[in-house]
Design a protein around this ligand. Structure first.
Ligand code: 4AD
Ligand code: MG
Length: 471
C-alpha cells in the first residue's frame, strides 16, 4: 500500500478506508484498553491520532512506542470522537521502524530556545522548528514566484569572489595555503594560492548581479552570503541568505515601489499558504503575530529622508526621550533610533532615503542637491534606501546605482578602494551604461518577521555565528 502523508490524510473524510501512515511519535498516552499515539510526519504541524487497541498488540511492541520513535502504521480511517481533528486511524498493524533511546533531547515539551540551539541537530523535529522550516520553504517559493511573474531572471552569482561589494572588509578569506607554513615564513605569496590571488566568500552578489541586469534587464539573486562581523546580536548571522534584485531603467521612487510591493507580496503569501503554522506560532510564541502580518499588507509604508528622520529624533530628544547613542546629522542610525521611528513615532514600516554618502557604500548614486538641516547646507547624500520594520529594524538595504563612470571612479578613489579589482565592474559604466537600481533583502530577517521569533539563530536550520559552528 502507498503511504499517505498526514497533511493529505487530514483533508480527507473517507471513513472506513484503509491507510498507511509513517512518522514520529509526538506523544503517547494510554487508557485501560487503548493507546493513543500522536504521530507527525513533518508534512504539517498537525498530528494524526492513532488508536491502538491494547489487546491487538504485544506489550513488547507497545513498550517501544515512545516519544520520538518512528512508526509505520496500517489502519482504518474513522471519525474522531475526541476534540481536535475529524479523523483518526484505528491501527491494524504497527511496525516500529526506529526505536528512540530515552536520552532523546526533544522528549520534554516547553524547553527554552537556548536548549534547542544546543540541540540544533534534533530541534527540527519540534513543532516550532517544523513550522519555521515549512515557512522558510514557502517564502522561498513566494520569492521565486514574485520575481518570475514580474519578468526577473534568477541569476547565479559566485560564492567565491575577489571583490568586496560593501567595502566593509568583513570577509572570510578562502585559501588552500598551508597557514602553519605561512606563519613560519612570515610572508604570504598569494600567487601560490589556489586561485593565484586573494579571494573571499561573497558578502553580496550585487556587483556581479549588476553585470547580469545590464544584460538581461532585470535579475534577482537568491543565495548564501557571508559576513565576518563580530556582531553577536539577535539580528546577525555570519552566514545568511540574501535576495538581491537588480533592475535597469528605474529610479528611486520606482525602486521603493518595488521594495514595498515585493515585501507585501511575501507577507500575503505567508498568510495565504502557511495558515496552520502561523496559527501555531500565533498561539504559542506571539499572540499579535497574525494581526501584525495583516497590518503590514494593508498599510502604506512611510517614505522619509534621513534628514527628516534626524529632525524627528532630535525633536524627541529635546522632548526628553533618551537614547544610548547620539544621532546628529551624519551619524549612522542605531537600531534604537530605527525602532523609535518605526514602532513609536510612525507605528508602521519606514523606507528611509537620502543618507549622507559617508555612511553608505561607494556604488550609491549621489543626489543632485545637498540637504539643508538646521539652516545649514550639509554634505552630499545618496539615493540609498533602508526599509525599517517593526521588531526587526533594517530588513532591506538598496539604492539607485551611480551609472556615471567619472563620478563612480571618483568615489572609489576617495574611499581608497583598489581600482584594479573593480575594472570589470567599471566596464558596465563604459559600455552602454544605464540607470539602474536594486536592493538586498535579508532572508532570515524576513523569516524572523513572519514567524514572530526573537532570535535570528532560530529561523535558519544551522546558524553560523562568531565562535559557533557545531556541524
Ligand atoms: O544592507 P546590506 O549590507 O546591503 C547589501 O549587501 C547590498 N549589496 C544589497 C543590494 O543593494 N543589492 O544587506 C542587505 C540586507 C540587510 O538589509 C539585512 O536585511 C541583511 O541583508 N543582512 C543581514 N542579515 C543577517 N545577518 C547579517 N549579518 C546581515 N547583514 C545584512
Ligand atoms: Mg544595510
Amino acid at each position: 500500500m502507498k503511504r499517505t502523508r498526514i497533511v493529505d490524510l487530514l483533508k480527507s473524510v473517507d471513513y472506513g478506508q484503509e491507510v498507511l501512515v509513517k512518522g514520529w511519535v509526538r506523544t503517547r498516552r494510554n487508557s485501560k484498553s487503548v493507546g493513543f499515539i500522536a504521530l507527525n510526519d513533518g508534512s504539517t504541524i498537525k498530528n494524526i491520532q492513532i488508536v491502538a487497541d491494547m489487546e491487538k498488540f504485544s506489550d513488547d511492541l507497545m513498550k517501544k512506542i515512545t516519544t520520538g520513535a518512528c512508526l509505520s502504521v496500517t489502519g482504518t480511517m474513522v471519525q474522531s470522537i475526541g476534540s481536535g481533528q475529524a479523523v483518526e486511524v484505528q491501527a491494524d498493524k504497527i511496525e516500529v521502524l526506529g526505536t528512540c533511546d530515552d536520552d532523546y533531547p526533544m522528549q520534554k515539551k516547553g524547553q527554552s530556545f537556548e536548549y534547542m540551539r544546543q540541540n540544533a541537530h534534533m530541534r527540527l523535529r519540534t513543532n516550532t522548528f517544523g513550522a519555521v522550516m515549512r515557512i522558510r520553504h514557502n517564502m522561498s517559493i513566494a520569492i521565486h514566484k514574485f520575481f518570475h511573474d514580474h519578468g526577473f531572471y534568477y541569476f547565479h552569482t559566485p560564492i567565491i569572489t575577489a571583490s568586496d561589494c560593501e567595502g566593509a572588509g568583513n570577509m572570510f578569506q578562502v585559501t588552500t595555503l598551508d597557514l602553519a607554513k605561512v606563519a613560519k615564513d612570515g610572508e604570504v605569496d598569494y600567487s601560490q594560492d589556489f586561485f593565484g590571488k586573494h579571494v573571499n566568500l561573497t558578502v553580496s552578489g550585487q556587483l556581479e548581479g549588476e553585470l547580469g541586469a545590464t544584460a538581461l534587464g532585470a535579475i534577482y539573486t537568491f543565495g548564501p552570503t557571508f559576513r565576518a562581523e563580530n556582531s553577536n546580536t539577535p539580528r546577525h548571522l555570519s552566514e545568511f541568505w540574501m535576495i538581491e534584485p537588480e533592475v535597469c531603467f528605474i529610479d528611486l521612487p520606482e525602486l521603493m515601489d518595488l521594495e514595498e510591493k515585493f515585501i507585501k507580496y511575501c507577507v500575503q503569501w505567508a498568510l495565504d499558504n502557511c495558515s496552520d503554522d502561523l496559527e501555531f506560532l500565533n498561539n504559542m510564541i506571539d499572540k499579535g503575530l497574525i494581526e501584525r502580518l495583516k497590518g503590514i499588507v494593508n498599510t502604506e509604508f512611510v517614505r522619509l529622508s534621513y534628514t527628516e528622520g534626524i529632525e524627528i529624533l532630535q525633536k524627541a530628544i529635546r522632548g526628553g526621550r533618551k537614547f544610548d547613542f547620539p544621532c546628529n546629522w551624519g551619524d549612522d542610525l542605531s537600531s534604537e533610533h530605527e525602532r523609535y521611528l518605526v514602532e513609536e513615532y510612525f507605528k508602521k514600516p519606514v523606507i528611509m532615503t537620502h543618507y549622507p554618502k559617508a555612511i553608505k557604500a561607494f556604488y550609491m548614486k549621489i543626489d543632485e542637491q545637498n540637504p539643508v538641516y538646521d539652516g545649514k547646507e550639509m554634505d552630499q547624500t545618496v539615493q540609498g534606501t533602508d526599509m525599517l520594520f517593526p521588531q526587526i529594524g533594517e530588513i532591506i538595504g538598496g539604492s539607485v546605482r551611480e551609472e556615471n563612470y567619472d563620478k563612480l571612479v571618483n568615489e572609489i578613489e576617495e574611499r581608497n578602494i583598489p581600482m584594479k579589482d573593480l575594472w570589470w565592474y567599471l566596464d558596465t559604466r563604459r559600455f552602454g551604461s544605464c540607470p539602474h537600481a536594486g536592493f538586498g533583502l535579508g532572508f532570515e530577517r524576513l523569516i524572523l518577521f513572519i514567524t514572530g521569533l526573537q532570535n535570528i539563530r532560530d529561523v535558519i536550520p544551522f546558524p553560523r555565528t562568531p565562535r559557533n559552528v557545531e556541524f
